[in-house]
Design a protein around this ligand. Structure first.
Ligand code: AMP
Length: 325
């Protein structure tokens, strides 16, 4: 899974990224953390970034793009990553597109945490107080003055990415003013809806089961498995559409896409079952051909009927859920 968390300072990107890391076992790539480490270590990049960061400006694109290009090549990022604080400008986003293209990997989603700006100062103040309480070093850029500048940088240079990713149909906007738990829940539901997590591709395992049954079993078995697969697909479609509730923007499209997936699987499953039926017929020469034929055709017709109904019902559910918004 490859995600971008987008949002102004204090929106909760870091908190949500850590939760995603725990749940999905992928790495969090925070350019802010990497730059702070470079500053602390006094590397050439750190020396270049130090003053810019302390003043709430943005480090040059080529510097951060270089850092990310190296980092996503490391073995622990192969399984997936969450980009937190990158990209922050359109040229950075374009550079990321190129990097991913070269690696033949795609971005699953860009999750925008939308927050009320007036609440951000209060949030950062709370964060500073908590860090002080824990005896941790407080960030030099976590002062009201620098935060105002960081917010201005966000508005001018990062906010255009909302449009950039919306055009690419990658953007999912979540209300970042909800509680941490609620935001996490919304993100996870959204990832389920777009099929970025393991739960939706469950339909795939049903498809596998159908294939297996149809290969070694009879037409009857294969048709029954196809029927089951169709039912499960319908459920998954409904779940996908439901999951996209509360998600704005491309969420609608994601729901539709996710809902279509199980339909395809169901259709394929039916097809496989039918094919399996004829294959099974050859494998079971003792049964009278007429009985095999008629039974198989009737069952296949019945299964097709169920699949058709499911497709219609699913389309209605998606329409109903997306209409509400
Ligand atoms: P953050 O921890 O994400 O709030 O980042 C802290 C500071 O690091 C920012 O205010 C910038 O000065 C710098 N920084 C982090 N990521 C980037 C980036 N992608 N592009 C430019 N500057 C960045």
């Amino acid at each position: 899974m490859r995600l971008i968390l987008l949002g102004p300072p204090g929106a909760g990107k870091g908190t949500q990224a850590q939760r995603l890391v725990q749940k999905h076992g992928i790495v969090q790539l925070s350019t802010g953390d990497m730059l702070r480490a470079a500053v602390a270590a006094g590397t050439p990049i750190g020396l270049k970034a130090k003053d810019i960061m302390a003043n709430g400006g943005l480090v040059p694109d080529e510097v951060v793009v270089g850092i990310i290009a190296d980092r996503i090549d490391e073995p622990d990022a192969r399984k997936g990553f969450i980009l937190d604080g990158f990209p922050r400008t359109v040229p950075q986003a374009e550079a990321l597109d190129e990097l991913l293209k070269k690696k033949h990997v795609k971005l699953d989603a860009v999750v925008e945490l939308r927050v009320n700006e007036s609440a951000l100062i209060a949030r950062v103040e709370t964060r500073v107080a908590q860090m002080r309480e824990r005896g941790e070093d407080v960030r030099v850029d976590d002062t009201p003055e620098v935060l105002t500048k960081r917010l201005a940088s966000y508005r001018a240079q990062t906010e255009p990415l909302v449009h950039y990713y919306s055009e690419k149909r990658k953007l999912m906007t979540i209300d970042g003013m909800m509680t941490i738990e609620q935001v996490t829940g919304a993100i996870n539901r959204l990832l389920d809806a777009i099929g970025a997590t393991e739960s939706v591709p469950a339909a795939k395992s049903v498809k596998k089961a159908v294939k297996k049954t149809s290969r070694k079993g009879t037409a009857k078995k294969a048709a029954a498995t196809a029927k089951k697969a169709t039912k499960k697909s319908a459920k998954t479609a409904k779940k996908s559409a439901k999951s996209a509730k509360g998600v704005k923007g491309a969420g609608k499209a994601a729901a539709k896409k996710a809902a279509k997936k199980p339909a395809k699987t169901a259709k394929k499953a039916v097809k496989t079952a039918r094919k399996g039926g004829s294959r099974a017929s050859t494998a079971a020469p003792k049964r009278p051909a007429a009985a095999r034929g008629r039974g198989g055709v009737a069952r296949a017709a019945q299964t097709r009927k169920v699949a058709k109904k499911v497709t219609k019902k699913r389309a209605k559910t998606v329409k109903r859920l997306t209409k509400r918004r």
